[in-house]
Design a protein around this ligand. Structure first.
Ligand code: ADP
Ligand code: MG
Length: 380
């Protein structure tokens, strides 16, 4: 892949309240290759929209060089910028920004009008590309949020842009429509378009090739976690999982005695929130989707290891089993975990009766939660 985008020492200063300067971007340097899909992430106010607007020539940097393809956009005047934008960039916004009294087809054709000549057939093709061929005559108010966002994507596509710039494109959508829109973006990525997408959502961010994290207008490189930190995170995730199991059983939710002090627990959950595993609000710690998936995997490895030790290796000392399972839960690969699960016949519970979360390998062998009371017998 060839370099397509380059920002060098880009800063953007706004005049804030009381005439005070706000440094929305602070000396940003990065490059992107043609065809890359990059997720721009960071807290609110960190400069994500400003960065996207500068890339999309809706705004210009205060200082620094912005090069897109062979063009240094920092040298263009207003008219040249507008022209470059309409030829090169397709925008998708969180608020879909459709014209309410124009139907889907007309909304797409309006974008053509600004670019070149409206062309009904082309506009229709763009709608078909996002799966809305049959909705062309609908007004935005007659379309669901997800459909409106797809019209907005069709509008962005109609000029055949090299770059798609999307600012929280799934921010106003439910899970199902989020997936539809992400799948469309995947398709555009596969066509070789460069995509820069702002998102708050870790799951959405993971669809991209890589992430750019912004904080206070600067690019931050996420700190690499040590194996020890990761193990501690896993322990906290397990505790959360088990606390939830107890609540589900109607038992009094109490946290198992742990060797973390309250202060350590606090520090760990704060760090875990920063990497998107949990959300913390007061003393209430909740899984994010990513955290829940990881907790599920750790619990599964732990409980499968217990089964293996007791049923196959005939180990009987609870303390040894527990400590070995704790080691195994950190080192088993997903493949080996599934193999152990298959070897054991996809057991439903650990030797102490707690449910083992299903894995991909369990698909055809377990018929869902209604069977979880069935007794599982160990292989002879
Ligand atoms: P994000 O999209 O990450 O939430 P923005 O790029 O919108 O962040 O904003 C970055 C910073 O620049 C914020 O402090 C914001 O208040 C400020 N800012 C953005 N646009 C303007 C503007 N037009 N005038 C003054 N300040 C602005
Ligand atoms: Mg923003």
């Amino acid at each position: 892949m060839k370099e397509f985008l380059r920002l060098e020492n880009v800063s953007k200063l706004y005049t804030g309240a009381g005439g005070k300067p706000v440094r929305a971007l602070d000396d940003i340097t990065f490059t992107a290759n043609g065809g890359e899909w990059i997720a721009i992430m960071g807290p609110s106010g960190s400069g994500k929209t400003t960065l996207l607007n500068i890339l999309g020539c809706l705004d210009q940097a205060t200082t620094g060089v912005v090069r897109i393809g062979a063009t240094d956009t920092s040298t263009l005047n207003r008219a040249q910028l507008a022209r470059f934008r309409s030829e090169t960039v397709g925008f998708v916004f969180q608020q879909f920004h459709l014209i309410p009294h124009l139907n889907a087809l007309e909304n797409v054709m309006l974008a053509q009008y600004f670019h070149s000549m409206p062309d009904k057939d082309e506009a229709r093709k763009a709608l078909e590309q996002v799966g809305l061929g049959t909705r062309a005559a609908h007004l935005p108010s007659q379309l669901s949020g997800g459909e409106q966002q797809r019209v907005a994507i069709a509008r962005a596509l109609v000029n055949d842009p090299k770059i798609i710039l999307a600012d929280e494109p799934t921010g106003n959508l439910d899970a199902e429509n989020q997936i539809k829109v992400l799948n469309i973006l995947s398709g555009l990525h596969a066509q070789g378009r460069t995509i820069l997408m702002v998102t708050h959502d870790d799951i959405v961010g993971r669809r991209a090739d890589r992430r750019l994290n912004l904080e206070h207008g600067r690019i931050v490189v996420p700190k690499q976690l040590t194996a020890e930190e990761n193990q501690k995170f896993d322990e906290v995730l397990e505790q959360l999982w088990m606390a939830r199991e107890r609540e589900g059983n109607g038992g009094a939710p109490h946290l198992e005695s742990t060797h973390f002090t309250t202060a350590q627990h606090r520090k760990l959950t704060t760090a875990m929130a920063q990497v998107g595993l949990v959300t913390v609000s007061g003393w209430n710690v909740q899984f994010t989707a990513a955290g829940e998936a990881r907790a599920r995997a750790v619990i599964r490895r732990h409980r499968l290891a217990e089964r293996l030790f007791m049923d196959v290796l005939a180990m009987r000392d609870d303390a040894v089993i527990e400590s070995d399972a704790c080691t195994f839960e950190h080192i088993l690969s997903p493949e080996l975990t599934d193999r152990i699960c298959t070897f054991l016949g996809h057991p439903e519970t650990c030797p102490h009766g707690s449910p083992i979360p299903r894995g991909e390998c369990c698909g055809a062998h377990r018929s869902g939660p209604e069977t979880h009371l069935l007794h599982w017998e160990s292989p002879k």
